[in-house]
Design a protein around this ligand. Structure first.
Ligand code: ZN
Length: 173
């Protein structure tokens, strides 16, 4: 069963696919989600091959990015940075209480090593002892984030199958 964090992540990816055109080829509705175990990216453009990462975060009012945000495993990120490889980032802020979201974009060209903060290894008592992750230090890129979209969250899962289907197909609501 997916955890609440995975649900938030999946919602973030769905919102990006629905609301964002491909930043490279400019086509609408060409971004598709990649399988959850695909490591370096979360969405791909099925026209031009553009790859992007999506990070979703719960947010009080749904518009102001947090200063720090939990990332992923440190080692692959460090190896990519050592090779000069950065991926564009869609940051999705979700304000469940208000039913609203916003999507912010950080171009790969505007990222630098300071954005990625290494975390201390997990304690011996953790589920994955010794595992090292990183946090995004969004404070250092605050003036580089671009607001791409904001709007109302899709209806919850209790919505009728028809409403869900039309939402997934991207019909105007
Ligand atoms: Zn594209």
């Amino acid at each position: 069963m997916p955890t609440a964090k995975q649900d938030l992540g999946a919602l973030g990816e769905r919102l990006v696919v629905l609301h964002c055109a491909c930043p490279r080829c400019k086509r609408a509705r060409t971004l598709k989600t990649l399988p959850p175990n695909f490591k370096c990216a979360d969405v791909i453009c099925d026209f031009c091959g553009y790859l992007g990462q999506v990070k979703a975060s719960a947010s009080g009012e749904g518009l102001t990015p947090p200063g720090l945000l939990l990332g992923a495993a440190w080692d692959p990120q460090k190896q990519r940075m050592d090779s000069g490889i950065y991926f564009p980032l869609f940051l999705v802020l979700v304000a469940s209480d208000f039913g609203r979201f916003s999507i912010h974009y950080l171009s790969a060209d505007l990222q630098m090593p300071e954005l990625f903060l290494r975390r201390a290894p997990l304690k011996a008592t953790a589920r994955k002892p010794g595992w090292e992750g990183f946090r995004y230090n969004l404070d250092v890129v605050r003036d580089r984030l671009v607001l791409l979209a904001e709007g109302r969250l899709p209806r919850p899962r209790s919505a009728s199958p028809t409403a869900q289907a039309s939402l997934l197909a991207g019909s105007p609501s």
